[in-house]
Design a protein around this ligand. Structure first.
Ligand SMILES: Nc1ncnc2c1ncn2[C@@H]1O[C@H](COP(=O)(O)OP(=O)(O)OP(=O)(O)O)[C@@H](O)[C@H]1O
Ligand SMILES: [Mg+2]
Length: 150
């Protein structure tokens, strides 16, 4: 995944507790990081949806809504690319391929669309997971060249 993106120009790491209200925090963090680039409001909205889905999954599924887990977010900023890593140390995913299928959910009450939104609203999506150890979701999104720079 990380090939040919050039040099990392900024790296930001944040950790927060697995509280539902921190989904909103993850959206605000994403908005702040993205101010570096001149992206449209709708592109930013898309990215925030993808991030919220990954962070909600970490809290709801990874930590099964327990409030004592830690979720970490890492932003890797390249000249024209943004990678966002969302990581939990929760229960992990047994079958990643099945989990990523549209409409699959381990919870009957849910739609099973989180991964579909992540795929739809990013340019790259990579999921790694180990049962009992946790899950890492990597979201990649192309960014426009910053004005005044070549
Ligand atoms: N971080 C995670 N840790 C453990 N299991 C996960 C994690 N993320 C996703 N899963 C598993 O993958 C399934 C599919 O996730 P997805 O986000 O697509 O749907 P959902 O969360 O079930 O429903 P929705 O996102 O529509 O509310 C989940 O039901 C869950 O079983
Ligand atoms: Mg989900």
């Amino acid at each position: 995944m990380r090939k040919d993106k050039g040099q990392i120009i900024n790296e930001i790491m944040v950790q927060f507790t697995s509280l539902a209200e921190n989904v909103a925090l993850s959206r605000v963090l994403t908005s702040s990081v993205v101010t570096h680039w001149d992206i449209t409001i709708s592109q930013l909205e898309d990215l925030k949806v993808a991030v919220s889905e990954a962070v909600s999954n970490a809290i709801i599924h990874g930590y099964e809504n327990q409030k004592d887990g830690m979720v970490s977010m890492r932003f890797l900023c390249y000249e024209t690319y943004l990678l966002i890593e969302i990581k939990d140390e929760g229960i992990g995913i047994e079958n990643i391929q099945q989990a990523m299928e549209a409409n699959f959910s381990s919870d009957k009450q849910r739609m099973g669309l989180g991964f579909s939104f992540m795929k739809m609203f990013t340019d790259e999506l990579e999921v790694t997971s180990e049962v009992g150890k946790g899950t890492t979701v990597l979201l990649g999104k192309k960014m426009p060249a910053v004005k005044g720079k070549e």
